[in-house]
Design a protein around this ligand. Sequence first.
Ligand code: FES
Length: 1021
Amino acid sequence: MNITLHINGIDHEIEAPAHTTLLSALRGLGFHGAKFGDEHGLSGADTILLDGKPVNAGSLLAAQAEDHKIATIEALGEHPEQGWKKTEGLHPLQRAFVETGAIQCGYCTPAQILAAKALLDKNPNPSEEEVREAIAGVLCRCTGYLKPVQAVLRAAAEMRGETVISDQFSVFSGGPIEFPSASMDDTQHATRNTLVTPKVVLTPETHIYQTVGKPEIKVDAVKLAQGKPAFAADFEKRGLLHAKVLHSPHAHARIKRIDTRRARDMEGVAAVLTWEDIPRVVYSTAGQSDPIPGPLDAFSLDNKVRFVGDRVAFVAAETPEIAEKALSLIEVEYEVLESLLDSRQALGSPIRIHDEPEYVNFADSNPEKNLAAEIRIDIGNVEKGFAEADQIFEAEYTVPKVQQAHIEPHVAVTYWDEDDRLVIRTSTQVPFHVRRMLAPVLGLPVKRIRVIKPRIGGGFGGKQEVLMEDVAAHLTIATRRPVIYEYTREEEFIASRSRHPMRVRMKTGVKKDGTITANEMVALSDTGAYGCHALTVTGNTGHKSMALYVGDGEYRKSPNIRFYADIVYTNTPPAGAYRGYGVPQGYWPLDRHMEKIARALNLDPIEFRLKNAIHAGEYHPFSTAWNEGREPRPEIIHTVGLEQCVAQGRAAIGWDEKFGNEAWHNPSKVESDALSASKGQKSGGSTFDLQPSTRRKGIGVALVMQGTAIPYLDMGGASIKMNDDGSFNLLVGATDLGTGSDTVLAQMAAEVLGVPVDDILCYSSDTDFTPFDKGAYASSTTYISGTAVFKAAEICAERIKIRAAKMLGKQVDMYTGTHVYKPDEIRLVNKMAVAPDGRSVSLADIALDTLHKNEQEQIMGVASYVSPSSPPPFAAQFAEVTVDTETGAVTVDKLVMAVDSGVIVNPLTASGQIEGGMTQALGYAVCEEMRYDEKGRAIERDFDRYHIFRADEMPELETIFVETFEPSHPFGVKAVAEIPMDGVAPAVGNAVLDAVGVNVDNNPITPEKVWKALQGKIESN
Ligand code: FES
């Protein structure tokens, strides 16, 4: 049918089937600012304005939008510099999002901005609550909403004509900074007082740099605020086919017969592939360095399915709808096999999930026992430590399976280029691993594959998997046509990866004075149907949590620690990498256990933890015993900012006033006392009902540590070249998945080269053009790739200084005959090379001289870095909760995290990481869980049943950076991205215990579990 759409003031006529959604019509017309997030409009990524009101374009038919005014992000504003053309630049909302750090991956940004615009159009002076409500329909998995809310309030102030200072952020060692506004009178909302930049407690070793340590604007923010076609699916190619996958309805079955004739014969279908059509190549989908530290147990397609959602067949067709229809025409006869859905039944069961002859073992994997990996680590003499303890504490804990839930689903586009090389444009964290690992699967040499990583709409480990690029690639090989495969939200839940669920048993020996004599963790980890990341994730569970508490006195010198784990196959969707990479699973049992011990021994919970925590100058205990299946290499920890983190965090949350203070715990008592004092009278004269409240408040703490990269393994490369205006191209293989890594890498290059950040043009990543990088994982980019960037920049700087010395020397010889300086006496600052006597030459002049005039050369530097150490960041996480004793409902009121991540390169992007990480961890603490029915079918398949936090549900968040100077990095940095995942759940669990005196040992802490625990307490009293 013919449809006319009035978009951004212009009529567009399209011919499309009646079922075409407005989202698909808009994207077909090149309006890529509207994004696909899910099928039901629950993510809100597809928000556009229809007659000024926010609507979900994916939930409307294009035909329904006829005769209405459609506004997309493309209508709002544009880059302020458009050559000779005059432009008004960005809309105030876009500018505010850019300047406040409200954009991380940027996938939700156009939708948030449009939702905010609709609000400001009708209410120019909204409160913070009204802003939160207005953007609540747009889910963001990256930011924690704090900065987007700041951005909207700031834009509103500017649009009301108030002067807002652009360069408003500064970093200092004082307390929270008020969000400044030049005019703040009584008529304005006080909510802007909540707008803070993080407090940064500087280390004395930190230098004052030109750009490092400054809240620089993200290098990609302007394009993301405009909704530019930056993501993998924002791509047009003539003849593009759409891929769909037939997923298994059974948890465990053999495919006896598969008939694709009706599907193949359907008009518009270009290819149907089953296991009979493609080579049978065994591999692992875990995006890791060679050799993969895990078993090879997966095929692109197999004659056996191992979970509900496993692959059965691929289809490529002219439209997604035809492909979907074709799936329904494929006839499959299954021999249904008995399945294993419970990890406790898997080990040694006669039911074998992997019986294929091609299976390749890694280390102690054993498919005959359904064992994907096994870990046995003994440090010191654990039995002796238990024997020396005054008391032994034992308990069992469980942690659930949860989803990364990045708002951009997995998506890949594949095509043959003009040189017959296969191009894979994919939303991946590991482009170089994708190329290396898929080459044998596709029957191509590595050199005939090019992987392009465009902007990524969030990954959180979910895109550290070579999950679905092979589907599109097989179909391109079969059809010779370009193919796009974009996961639906349901596929994300049934056929993606998730956090490994675990059952963990803790046993700890303690002296009366609180000295830990031995600590043991035994984990049963469920890897699902395939063993991707099985060993390494679960290894981290012990490695990065159990290392924190070494004991005190003699025990500190020789800690007794045990970590054993069995990682078993089950017939559930595979687990994999998820931000934190196994460590959150360790801290739930470890820290909950520490809290119980402290309370049982009547010890101060903070002092007890600090007494036993590791100190600077001590060996990382696990470095002497384990290295992800490789040879262990002992490593000393040089910086531990834990005590300062505790001091800062406890002051920020008011620990000393609240912990142990019954009046604070019992708000009803405070209220009722206040009422009694006023004789129970309201000001109007009516009497209050003095019913005791069912609310109790509680406060909790957890101490955590993480790691920074994998030593002797993680490697990053960088290349920098000088342009003839004195700007630089920085090429990195590192992948910015919304974390701001492109920005912090550019900051480090800018620092060395003495230029502003916008003179560094950062490009990442393309396996044809950028240097190798192992990818974005293990919190390693700032540390590993950052050091590579630093080294490459130093090479350039050295050449620039040589040229500058020569140029300045010629000037001197000719006119004054004074001293000629050596290159190492030249400083690079403010785009100039400056001699000690103050004379200078601009980098632009040096570039012109170098490229066009004298002894021409291309100034460029290439470097790489692999680290011999993995310096851990540390943090103190605090939580304040209110528990309703009648319903068990837990409201988290405030989260404070004080973090030692070394020197902070960019407090704006780093605090965004902490805020977003705490928010994800909050879901892990109280509501997120993936569950399965008795047939292995997922119960949570959309954002309705799987709830992630919205803008209007958030607690107050506060971040404090406590800097240490890590000596193994040129700027003293450690990791920041994963550590916020670790402490929120145990801190909330401890706060619930503090509030109502019950332990919930199985997270998430749902109202039902709290209520049951409360009932148990009542009964036992
Ligand atoms: S910035 Fe909101 S989803 Fe990434």
